[in-house]
Design a binder for this molecule. Structure first.
Ligand SMILES: Cc1cc2nc3c(=O)[nH]c(=O)nc-3n(C[C@H](O)[C@H](O)[C@H](O)COP(=O)(O)OP(=O)(O)OC[C@H]3O[C@@H](n4cnc5c(N)ncnc54)[C@H](O)[C@@H]3O)c2cc1C
Length: 420
């Protein structure tokens, strides 16, 4: 093993991880003229799950200068459809009804291509991008530059000495492994997924819709991708997995067979490769920042992906993370203030969408969600959140609060009725 010198390579900002969060932050900072190093342990293009984007991603992609390429590589997505076997309902939520919508569609992408595009874009804007390099450890020393130890695939170690570190290492959570991470015990799920051929899309205008099938013990996604491919995944809670013995592939097909609406579409499906699995539990790091660093994207927090919010949340937190780095490099006192504010904003956005996510499979919310009435524009407010408007103002939040109140009252009345 070779170790290059004791003096590390100095830079302004070192970004750990070249997914959407890391590449976004690196692009923004390099564009401003900072000396940025972006390190990725794998090599792009590499597989990643999370293929359905939201309309609110589009202004960010435009700002980064990659929107045209995403339009060319993606499947046009004008809305999201929710299907429930239990309630025997199928409800489309077209993004064009979002309140104050500037964009009425999004795209669904092969993440290998999308992530490679964002990573190369960071390089084009002047970041030093390196693949096949894993960050092993980060040492923070009061009043001095951090020491970041890395190793490449050939076993060569190198030290970097940045003035500021952005951790965008995704669910690996390099820094939160040291500082602590809180798992959401109520959302302990796992996903089984793959790419398929011969899965019919919806007809006409709905051909590009993502379908979310709410089933017993979990939900399925069906995401139309280019070249007639359909990404299909089952996300199940503990109950779904508890009694199953044998390969997960069997469980996947068992779950398909148990859902009439999914089984009908998967009738002639052909898997393009063996199915993959991932545990899916939600979590949040104990803190988003410390002296000389800030966590962005999944490295900070992860929510159940039922509303396809992950990439957008990751990119939005990357914009904030870049702001924290800029402030810190100017003056750490200002940096601390900006970091605390950025963390509060990210938490507030996540709380808003989490409220829907963690209630979607409760009977009351599912019933109201699948029978959307547009009184007071409550349906449109829900669509605004489904489109990714997590920082929405009162025009969305007032009708959404009314919806929440109705959910609360309905739940209470049902409970009262049961107790008599
Ligand atoms: C089952 C499932 C379905 C999902 N579906 C959707 C969806 O439809 N839409 C959506 O928007 N989101 C979805 N998501 C969430 C989405 O995938 C993530 O939120 C998103 O990828 C987060 O981006 P990120 O950049 O923070 O992390 P990542 O995309 O995970 O990127 C992190 C990068 O860091 C690298 N890395 C890690 N450790 C190191 C290290 N030590 N040194 C160097 N590099 C390192 C990794 O190799 C990786 O490339 C889904 C997630 C799951 C689990």
């Amino acid at each position: 093993m070779t170790v290059h010198g004791t003096d590390g390579r100095a830079c302004d900002v070192l970004v750990i991880g070249g997914g959407p969060a890391g590449s976004t932050a690196a692009t923004l900072l390099a564009r401003d003229g900072y000396d940025v190093v972006l390190l990725e342990k794998d090599e792009h293009p590499r597989f990643h799950i999370g293929e359905s984007l939201l309309p609110c991603n589009l202004p960010l992609l435009r700002d980064l200068g990659v929107l045209e390429q995403v339009e060319a590589m993606g499947v046009y997505k004008p809305g999201a459809e929710f299907v429930s076997d239990i309630d025997d309902r199928c409800v489309p939520f077209p993004f064009r009804y979002a309140i104050g919508a500037k964009t009425d569609h999004a795209y669904q992408v092969v993440r290998a291509d999308f992530d490679a595009l964002l990573f190369r874009n960071a390089g084009r804007h002047g970041a030093t991008t390196r693949e096949n390099i894993r960050v092993l450890s980060v040492q923070f020393q009061s009043g001095q530059r951090a020491r970041v130890r890395t190793r490449d695939n050939a076993g060569t170690e190198q030290v970097y000495e940045p003035r500021f570190v952005l951790d965008a290492s995704g669910r690996d959570g390099l820094l939160s492994a040291q500082t602590g991470r809180q798992a959401n015990k109520k959302n302990s799920t796992a996903a089984i997924f793959g790419h398929f051929r011969n899965v019919p899309r919806r007809a006409g205008d709905m051909g590009g819709y993502i379908s979310i099938h709410l089933v017993k013990d979990g939900w399925f996604w069906m995401i139309p991708l280019p070249d007639g491919v359909m990404s299909v995944g089952f996300v199940g809670d503990k109950v779904a997995y508890r009694d199953h013995k044998g390969p997960v592939t069997e469980l996947f097909w068992k779950k398909v067979a148990q859902s009439p609406s999914v089984a009908e579409r998967m009738n002639a499906a052909q898997a393009l490769s063996p199915l993959s699995t991932t545990s899916n539990y939600s979590y949040c790091a104990q803190k988003a920042w410390g002296e000389g660093y800030y966590l962005i994207g999944d490295a900070y927090a992860f929510l159940d992906p039922v509303f396809s919010s992950g990439v957008l949340l990751a990119m939005r937190s990357a914009y904030r993370g870049a702001g924290v780095a800029r402030a810190w490099l100017r003056d750490p006192v200002e940096g601390r203030r900006v970091a605390a504010r950025a963390e509060r904003r990210t938490q507030r956005e996540m709380r808003r969408i989490a409220w829907l996510i963690y209630r979607i499979n409760t009977p009351v919310l599912r019933m109201l969600f699948l029978n959307p009435r547009n009184i007071l524009r409550m349906r449109d407010a829900i669509i605004s959140l489904l489109a990714g408007d997590f920082a929405a103002g009162w025009r969305v939040m007032a009708p959404f609060s009314a919806f929440k109140a109705i959910v609360g009252v309905t739940w209470f009345r049902k409970k009262l009725r049961r107790s008599f």
